[in-house]
Design a protein around this ligand. Sequence first.
Ligand code: ZN
Length: 218
Amino acid sequence: MITNLRLLCLHLTGKDYGCPYWMVYLSQIEALKKTVILENPKFCLKDGTKLCLPDFPKQEFQTLQEVFEEASQRFQEEELDPPVSQSKEHLCGNCLAIVANQTSHCEACGATFWTPFEIGIRSLILPAWGSFSIRPFSFALVEQVSYVVFGLGILLLEGKDNLVIAAVMFVLLNAMAAVGYYKLTAKGLYLKEVPAERQAVNDQFDGSLNPDAPTRFS
Ligand SMILES: [Zn+2]
């Protein structure tokens, strides 16, 4: 979503509830490009980081570019440059307030977020454990089934001759999952727990919790 002030990355369908939300002021975007191989939209940001949109429909890139350029031009004419803590500000998935970097809870609504370490450890013990914590259930289930099938393959092919090699392969498999999920969780805020009395905030949000937080309709 692009407003006259910022780019908002939100999941509005409900099925991805809990996934990271971001907000970028237009003044923090230097360019809109495409990724080399998959040609997904990629925003190059002022602080050197990038924001890629892997699920964006390819046929709508042209429209995105036009809307972005128009919004950027209007923004530049206003000569606005709002202060930020980083180009890509993390938003709370429950109330949309800006959450400070390296923070695992939202001061506005009390929601908590998974830390990379928590998810990394879970994935190291059992890859699907980390996945079930932050991914949609169906996605995690497919991953769990794949892990079981792959694990059985290792046991059948390697385990009968050399249990040590099979064990090493299992450790490597889990370590790869742990590193992958650690990096994924470090990229954004995945909701862990929301206080019961604040769980409806996201559905009824009107901007009153935090005057600096963007509403969905601004
Ligand atoms: Zn919050």
